[in-house]
Ligand binder design. Structure first.
Ligand code: GDP
Length: 448
C-alpha cells in the first residue's frame, strides 16, 4: 500500500454478506463526516448520540437507517468514524457501500480498520491479534480466552517483563557510561535478575501449547510396530476406510492425517510403523515421519497387539515415548481378555479396532486428555508469532545469563539484553516491519 493511502477515508461492509436483520457499513477517516453529510437526511451529529434518517442518492431514498457517529480519537480506529446501520439485505447494503465509495471513500483492505487502530495507538499488536482470534475462534472457550488479550492481559504481561529487563539494562548502562560515579552492578545481581526474567518469560510461554490447541486443535499420533492395528484404529475412530489395512507388515507407508471433531478439532495422525532394520526406502521415509510426529503430537496412542503382549520391538518404541504424553492401546482384545502388559507400564485402554469394542471409551478418554482445558486457567493466550518473539527474548537473556556467569564485560552483556528488548518490541508491535504487519492484517476479514 502506498504511504499516502494510509490517510485515505476507507469504507467496507462490516457485517457478513447475506440476508439478516441489519447490515452495517463502516467509514473511517478525515472525510467520514463530509461523505455522510452528502448522503444522509439528518447529518447534525453529537458525540454519543445516534441519528435516524434516510440514505439518499440525488434526492432518491435508498434506505431508512440509523447512523452512529464517532469523533476522533474516540473511535475504534482513532479516526472520525461513521457506522450506518441499514436493513440487512445483500443489495441494499451494497447500494449504500457504492454510494459511500462514489462520494470519496475507498474500499478498505483486509483488517485495515484494526490496522489503523494499531497505528493510531488505540491498541497494541497483541490486542489487534486478539481481535482476529475472537473472530476466527473455533470454540466458545477460545473466544472467551482471547478476550483477555483484547483487554490487555498479554500486553501487561509483556510490559512487566520489559520493565524487569529495563531495570537491569539501566544499571548496566549507568555503570558503563558513568564509571566514576556509578559502580557496575554485581554479577550475582545480574545472574539473579536474569533468572527471574527467564521465569517470567516461561510463565507467559507456559500457556503456549494450550493456546495452540485452542487455535489449531490438538494432534494425536497413532504409533506402534507394524501390523498391530494402527490403521484399523485410525479408521474406527473416524468411521472411514481411508488408510489401507492389510495383514502384511509395513503397509502404511505415509503419514496420514484426518480431523476428528471432539469439540476441539483433533488431527489424527496414522504413522508408518516405527521399525528399524530391514525396510525399503519408501517405508523408511514414512518411519522418519513417524518419529517427527512423536515430537509434534499433543498425545500419542501407542498401539500393541494384546493377544501377543509386548515384544522387544514394542519395548524399543515405548522407550521413545519416555517423558511424552501417551496412552497404551491394547488392541485386538477380541482375541484375548488380558492386556498382557506390566502393571507399571502406564494407563491402558482395551479395545478392538476390528469389532469397534472400546472405541467409544477411547474417544471419551481423548476428550478428557486433550480437550478438557479450562479457559479460565489460561492466563496468557499467545499465537506462534508471539511465542517466537518470546523465545527469541528468552534466548538472548540466557546468553546474558551465561555471559554473567563467566564474568564477561558488561558492555557485551548489554548487547544480549538489548536484543531481548527488541524481541519483545516486535511482539507488541513497537518495532515491526511493514511486511510482518501486512501479513498479520491479511488474516483479517474486510470490514474489520
Ligand atoms: P498397522 O500395520 O498397525 O496399521 O495394522 P493394520 O490396521 O493394517 O492391521 C493389521 C492386521 O490386523 C489386519 O489384518 C487387521 O484386520 C488386523 N486387525 C486390526 N485390528 C484388529 C483387532 O482389533 N482384532 C483383530 N482380530 N484383528 C485386527
Amino acid at each position: 500500500m502506498n504511504v499516502l493511502d494510509e490517510f485515505d477515508t476507507i469504507t467496507a461492509i462490516a457485517t457478513p454478506i447475506g440476508t439478516g436483520g441489519i447490515g452495517v457499513i463502516r467509514i473511517s477517516g478525515d472525510k467520514s463526516f463530509e461523505i455522510i453529510d452528502k448522503i444522509f437526511t439528518n447529518p447534525k451529529f453529537e458525540p454519543g448520540k445516534f441519528n435516524h434518517g434516510w440514505i439518499i442518492d440525488n434526492g432518491k431514498k435508498i434506505d431508512e437507517v440509523i447512523v452512529l457517529p464517532f469523533f476522533a480519537p474516540n473511535s475504534y480506529t482513532g479516526e472520525n468514524v461513521i457506522e450506518i446501520q441499514c436493513h440487512g439485505g445483500v443489495n441494499v447494503v451494497k447500494n449504500i457501500l457504492n454510494l459511500v465509495l462514489n462520494n470519496g471513500a475507498r474500499m478498505a483492505e483486509k483488517g485495515e480498520f484494526t490496522k489503523r487502530a494499531f497505528l493510531n495507538k488505540r491498541m497494541d499488536l497483541s490486542q489487534a491479534e486478539a481481535v482476529a482470534d475472537i473472530i476466527h475462534s473455533k470454540t466458545s472457550e477460545f473466544a472467551k480466552a482471547s478476550v483477555k488479550n483484547l483487554s490487555g492481559a498479554l500486553k501487561e504481561g509483556i510490559n512487566s517483563i520489559r520493565n524487569q529487563i529495563f531495570e537491569v539494562l539501566s544499571k548496566i548502562t549507568a555503570g558503563i557510561d558513568f564509571p566514576e560515579d556509578v559502580n557496575e552492578p554485581e554479577y550475582d545481581y545480574l545472574i539473579n535478575s536474569f533468572h527471574n526474567i527467564i521465569d517470567s518469560i516461561d510463565s507467559v510461554l507456559s500457556g503456549a501449547s494450550t493456546s495452540n490447541i485452542f487455535r489449531q486443535g490438538a494432534s494425536v499420533a497413532i504409533i506402534g510396530k507394524p501390523n498391530v492395528g494402527k490403521s484399523s484404529l485410525f479408521n474406527a475412530l473416524l468411521n472411514l476406510d481411508r488408510a489401507i489395512v492389510t495383514d502384511i507388515a509395513g503397509t502404511t507407508r505415509d503419514v496420514i492425517r484426518e480431523t476428528l471433531d471432539l469439540g476441539i478439532p483433533i488431527t489424527l495422525i496414522d504413522t508408518a510403523g516405527i521399525r528399524e532394520g530391514e525396510t525399503d526406502k519408501v517405508e523408511k521415509i514414512g518411519i522418519e515421519y513417524s518419529k517427527q510426529s512423536l515430537d509434534e503430537a499433543d498425545l500419542i496412542l501407542f498401539v500393541y497387539d494384546a493377544s501377543q503382549g509386548l515384544n522387544n520391538e514394542d519395548k524399543e518404541v515405548l522407550e521413545l515415548l519416555k517423558g511424552k504424553n501417551y496412552l497404551l492401546i491394547a488392541n485386538k482384545s477380541d482375541l484375548t481378555d488380558k492386556t498382557n502388559i506390566p502393571e507399571n507400564a502406564g494407563e491402558v485402554i482395551k479395545l478392538s479396532a476390528l469389532t469397534g469394542a472400546g472405541i467409544k471409551e477411547l474417544k471419551e478418554e481423548l476428550t478428557k486428555k486433550v480437550c478438557d482445558i479450562n479457559p479460565e486457567s489460561l492466563e496468557f493466550v499467545t499465537n506462534t508469532r508471539q511465542q517466537e518473539c518470546l523465545k527469541k527474548a528468552r534466548n538472548s537473556i540466557e546468553q546474558a545469563l551465561l555471559a554473567s556467569q563467566l564474568r564477561e564485560l558488561q558492555d557485551l552483556i548489554s548487547i544480549d539484553v538489548k536484543s531481548a528488548v527488541l524481541a519483545l518490541d516486535e511482539l507488541t508491535g513497537e518495532l515491526i516491519t511493514d511486511d510482518i504487519l501486512n501479513n498479520i492484517f491479511d488474516h483479517f476479514c474486510i470490514g474489520k
